[in-house]
Design a protein around this ligand. Structure first.
Ligand SMILES: CC(=O)N[C@@H](CCC[C@H](N)C(=O)O)C(=O)O
Length: 374
């Protein structure tokens, strides 16, 4: 392991923290960035995130690069010697890779300054409740606002040495979904005296799937996933309460509204049918990731023509990313970085190939070097 950014990735892998609790992560990043001790660097913290400006020689624009820094509530099941030291937390979405790659690029340009200014954004809470929008609206961002911005996300399904992206829509619109049901609990042997919220919740989960099958245009796409159900107390008590937690994904803002209307109608139906009360909370919503056409095309051409990395023109995905908010305001793009893992994103055995770290740093320093001198 001679690559220092692999060591950084492993250090960060050990300390995954949830959104807006990334205190150790922020401290680690700050101590590394401050150790670069250059008078070109300006550093400002924002909650548990960090903005770092690398001042250029003769700046005519600011180039932005964003890395997300939070982990997930997953108990790690890899065979790593550098497993998560935080019980029930894991970097299972590659943000440890994203941070180490960002530090690699940052270090390169501190040591090899270019004309333009660079802004590195280490953003908390991508998995929820969302750090991109409030960071974008912060005073620091108004002062240092980039003229263009980009970011990457690791992709377990693509080989190392490849990237994948496309012009226009890349990732879906998302909305979290929390539904609370409250009825009348009671003795397991007297169901006729109760309104069982376990039965209501199970019925609702099945009904929600009919939205995709029967309400969304088959030529459009949407997802309603319920990832968690809780309810009840013990096996012989009929549950008074149940909670469904999930997420909605759509390829347009309009479809999101339609799906939500159907959810509300079905939840109301369950209220009537099961004599219970229901509340819906949509939690955090993310704007779609929409890549700027010309900038993305230029980037793809650059990688094809000037690097060893293979460019795949991919389809849009139903993943969400609050980086979509940054791209709504600032022209730029996002791309997938191939890391070839048997297990996918959000899996307890995700094991991305670390060779991708060096490949990404090399490719992106070349790219920034080219656009930063124009
Ligand atoms: C890249 C990725 O996996 N992003 C997450 C974003 C989650 C947003 C929010 N918590 C939700 O579930 O809607 C994803 O699950 O796609």
């Amino acid at each position: 392991m001679s690559n220092p950014y692999v060591k950084i990735r492993r250090d960060l892998h050990k300390i995954p923290e949830l959104g807006f609790q990334e205190f150790k992560t922020q401290k680690y990043l700050l101590s590394y960035i401050e150790s670069l001790s250059s008078d070109r660097l300006e550093i400002k913290t924002w909650k548990t995130g960090i903005f770092v400006k690398v001042n250029g020689l003769f700046p005519s624009k600011v180039i932005g690069y964003r890395a997300d820094i939070d982990g997930l509530p997953i108990e790690e099941e890899t065979e790593y010697s550098f497993q998560s030291e935080h019980e029930g937390r894991m970097h299972a979405c590659g943000h440890d890779f994203h941070m180490s790659i960002a530090l690699g690029i940052l270090t390169f340009f501190v040591q090899n300054p270019i004309n333009d200014d660079l802004l590195f954004i280490f953003q908390p809470a991508e998995e929820g409740p969302g750090g991109a929008l409030p960071m974008l609206q912060s005073d620091i961002m108004s002062e240092w606002k980039p003229d263009m911005i980009f970011a990457l996300h690791i992709a377990p399904e693509y080989p190392v040495g490849t990237i994948a992206t496309k012009e226009g829509l890349l990732f879906a619109n998302t909305s979290e979904l929390f539904i609370d049901l409250k009825g009348k609990g009671g003795h397991a042997a007297y169901p006729h005296q109760t309104n069982d919220m376990i039965v209501a919740a199970c019925s609702l989960v099945t009904q929600l799937q009919t939205i995709i099958a029967r309400n969304v245009d088959p030529l459009d796409s949407a997802v309603v996933t319920i990832g968690k159900i809780t309810g009840g107390t013990v096996q012989n008590i009929i549950a008074e309460k149940a909670r469904l937690e999930g997420t909605i994904r759509t390829l347009s803002v309009q479809s999101m509204e339609k799906v939500k209307q159907r959810i509300e109608a079905l939840v109301h139906g369950v209220e009537v049918g099961f004599h219970c009360e229901a509340t819906i909370d949509y939690g955090a919503m993310y704007h779609q990731v929409y890549n700027h056409h010309e900038i993305t095309r230029d980037f793809m051409d650059f990688v094809k023509e000037k690097t060893d990395v293979i460019v795949i023109e991919c389809k849009e995905a139903m993943t969400g990313e609050d980086f979509g908010y940054m791209l709504r305001d600032i022209p730029g793009f996002m791309f997938w970085l191939g890391v070839d893992s048997e297990y996918g994103l959000h899996h307890a055995k995700l094991t991305p190939n670390e060779d991708a770290i060096h490949i990404a740093i090399k490719m992106l320093t070349q790219y920034i070097h080219q656009i930063g001198h124009k």
